[in-house]
Write a protein that binds this ligand. Structure first.
Ligand code: NAD
Length: 356
C-alpha cells in the first residue's frame, strides 16, 4: 500500500491510500480519522453492483451505520437535479454535520458527492473511494467538486477537501479499455509536467502492471501543486496542460469524445505547437505523441483551429482578455504562457500542422 498525506496551506490534511484490497479496510481506515457515525455511500448503477456490498460491509464492520444512494452511471448525473436528490437523501437518512458521505465510483460520483457534502448543512465530511483510473490519478485529489449546468461543465461547485482518499487498485480490473485510456491521458500529463519516470512507464513499460505506482506518482505531484495553490490562482493552472483545446473538443463533439481522449488530443496540439515555436525539441515532441498513441489515445484533432479557439475563449478559465496556456519544454517540465485570447487560433493552427 502507498500512503501519502496532502496538506493544504490552510492546514487541512488528509491521507491518500492506494493499493490492492483497500475497499475491505476502507471502513477501518476511515474510523481512524472519524468516530463511527452514519455514512451515506453514493455510487452509480455500474459500480454499485460490483463494489457497494464490499464497501458497505467494510464500513459496517468498522461501526458505521450505512446508507446508500445510487445514481445513474454517466455524466448526466452531474446535474443540479441529481444533486438535489442526493441532498434530500441526506435529509431522509437524518444526516447531521457529525455524519459522513462516501463517494464510491469515478469522477462523476466523486464530483457530485463532494459538492453535495460541501453544501449540505454548510459542509459535512466525505471520503473519496475512486474506482476509475481517472478519478484515482486526478479527480479524487485536490478538493474540486462540481456539477454541470445547461451552460457548461462544472459551472456550479466549490472547493471541499475530502477526509481521506482510499483507492483500491483491484477495482480498476473491471474498467473498459476506453476508461483506462481516459485515466492514462491524465497520468501521462503528470509525467510530461513533472515526472519523467512516470512518463517512462507509459513510454516503454507495461502500465497495467504498475497502477499503484502510476497513481502514487500522480497523487504526489498533484498534492504538491494543490498544496502550493489550492484554489488555482497560480501553479495549479499547470494541471490544465492540454485542457484548453480539450474542453473545446469535448464541446464540439457534443461530448462524444470523452474528457481523457480530448485531453490527449489537446496535449498533442500543444506539443506540436511547442515544437513549431522552438520551445520543445522535435525529438521530445515525437516521444510525447508516440507515448499517447502507444496508450491507445488519439492525437489527431477532427476540428479546425478557429472554432476551437472561439469556444476556448468563452471558457470560464479565460479570465478577461488573456488566457494561460501550458506548453511542454521537455518531458518533465512545462511552462505557463499568458497570451491574448485572440492568439489562441494561431496556437491551435500551429498544433494542427503536420497531424498524421
Ligand atoms: P465516470 O465517473 O463517469 O466513470 C466512467 C465510467 O466507468 C462510468 O460508466 C462508471 O459507471 C464506470 N465505472 C467506474 N468505476 C468502474 C469500475 N471499477 N468498473 C467498471 N466500471 C466502472 O467518469 P470518470 O472518467 O471517472 O470521471 C470523469 C468526471 O471526472 C468528469 O465529470 C470530470 O469533469 C471529472 N473530473 C474532475 C476532476 C476534479 O478535480 N474534481 C478532475 C478530472 C475530472
Amino acid at each position: 500500500m502507498h500512503k501519502h498525506i496532502l496538506t493544504t496551506p490552510d492546514g487541512v490534511s488528509y491521507p491518500i491510500l492506494t493499493g490492492s484490497g483497500l475497499l475491505k479496510t476502507a471502513g477501518a481506515e476511515t474510523a481512524k480519522l472519524k468516530k463511527p457515525c452514519r455514512v451515506m455511500i453514493v455510487s452509480d448503477t455500474n459500480v454499485a453492483p460490483l463494489y457497494l456490498e464490499q464497501a458497505a460491509e467494510s464500513f459496517s464492520e468498522a461501526g458505521f451505520q450505512v446508507f446508500s444512494h445510487i445514481v445513474n452511471a454517466g455524466e448526466e448525473s452531474k446535474s443540479v437535479a441529481v444533486f438535489g436528490e442526493l441532498l434530500e437523501a441526506f435529509c431522509e437518512a437524518h444526516m447531521t454535520r457529525a455524519d459522513l458521505a462516501a463517494a464510491l465510483g469515478g469522477g462523476v460520483v466523486g464530483d457530485l458527492t463532494g459538492f453535495a457534502a460541501g453544501c449540505y448543512l454548510r459542509g459535512i465530511p466525505f471520503v473519496q473511494l475512486p474506482t476509475t483510473l481517472l478519478a484515482a490519478v486526478d479527480a479524487s485529489v485536490g478538493g474540486k467538486t462540481a456539477v454541470n449546468l445547461e451552460h457548461g461543465k462544472n459551472l456550479a461547485g466549490l472547493f471541499h477537501q475530502p477526509l481521506a482518499v482510499i483507492c483500491d487498485t483491484d477495482t480498476l480490473q473491471t474498467l473498459s479499455p476506453h476508461e483506462i485510456q481516459d485515466g492514462s491521458a491524465e497520468a501521462i500529463k503528470h509525467g510530461i509536467l513533472d515526472d519523467p519516470a512516470l512518463f517512462a512507464i507509459y513510454e516503454t513499460g507495461n502500465p497495467s502492471e504498475h497502477y499503484e505506482e502510476i497513481i502514487a506518482r500522480s497523487v504526489i505531484y498533484k498534492s504538491k501543486i494543490v498544496t502550493e495553490d489550492p484554489t488555482e490562482k497560480g501553479v495549479r493552472k499547470l494541471l490544465n496542460l492540454g485542457h484548453t483545446a480539450a474542453h473545446a473538443i469535448e464541446r464540439l463533439s457534443n461530448f462524444e469524445i470523452s474528457h481523457g481522449h480530448a485531453v490527449a488530443i489537446g496535449t498533442a496540439i500543444v506539443t506540436r505547437a511547442a515544437v513549431k515555436r522552438g520551445i520543445l525539441s522535435a525529438g521530445n515532441g515525437a516521444r510525447i505523441l508516440r507515448t499517447l498513441t502507444r496508450s491507445g489515445l488519439p492525437t489527431v484533432c477532427p476540428f479546425a483551429a478557429e472554432p476551437m479557439a472561439e469556444i476556448a475563449a468563452l471558457d470560464k478559465k479565460a479570465a478577461a482578455s488573456e488566457i494561460t496556456v501550458i506548453l511542454p519544454e521537455t518531458v518533465g517540465k512545462c511552462r505557463m504562457e499568458r497570451m491574448p485570447v485572440n492568439a489562441l487560433g494561431a496556437l491551435f493552427a500551429d498544433g494542427l500542422e503536420g497531424q498524421a
